[in-house]
Design a protein around this ligand. Sequence first.
Ligand code: SAM
Length: 278
Amino acid sequence: MRLIENWFSERYSDNVQLSFRVRDQLLSVKTDYQRIDLFDTYDFGKLLAIDGTVQLTEYDEYIYHEMITMMPFFHSVRKPETALIIGGGDGGAARSLLGLGVRDIVNVEIDSQVVEISKKYFPELAASFSDRRCRLIIGDGIDYVRKSEQKFDLIIIDSTDPEGPAVSLFSREFYEMCAGRLSESGIVVAQSGSPFYQRETFRMAYDGMVHAFPHVKVYTAFIPTYPSGFWSFTMGSNSAMNPVKDMVRGKYFNQEIAEGAFKLPQFMLDDVSTLKGK
Ligand code: SAM
């Protein structure tokens, strides 16, 4: 009989939460930007939470990091060589892009403590921080894009949800700034939240993208530790995005997913057509 049980719960509403039984809480720190918690969970390994929301777990982070990098990579008409990551403080997106052969990555993370925690507790994700192909900048992604002169083949907006420092990363203005930082066939991709529990986040991201880009595509993925397990990503480009033939497979990503992930439920199609028509 278990005497004491400790749980970390992410609350999706006043009446719904997802709970993880934990062996131990490894840290809790309030930074200038957010609260960061780290847990050792029984079923998902180490779990990083920011302001009470799951950012990544050891056992399922590969899904999110493959889907936010491999989908735009393999929809680029020209093999991407350069990438900008906004919010890549855990290192997962950069690790995935390096694995795809991207040779020049700028990773802009506003909170240095996220980087330090990732280096200590998620070394397999943080390897990119010591890779000469990847330049880490501690700063606000909005300021970086506003001031940068560089053009990128990929821009990955790997941010927290639209609260606190990430609010403006979901805005039309930010996506328009990103559009100006793209190479000719470049693609921007943003995590656009759970279409079920965070429908306003999805609508905000999609609305901003359709105002900033002539070509916008939405896709979804199954991420068990994210709200409802049903997650969305939104891509925008100044030119058409077509799947290439010779895709590599990941642990989650494959040719089937590269095609099937764009099939959306009707309630999302209704939002898409309403917002497209605006
Ligand atoms: N996979 C997670 C998700 O979908 O919510 C994102 C993980 S990543 C840890 C999110 C990062 O975005 C955090 O480290 C946070 O500090 C960073 N971030 C938030 N706003 C930012 C901004 N304006 N500029 C740069 N980084 C930002």
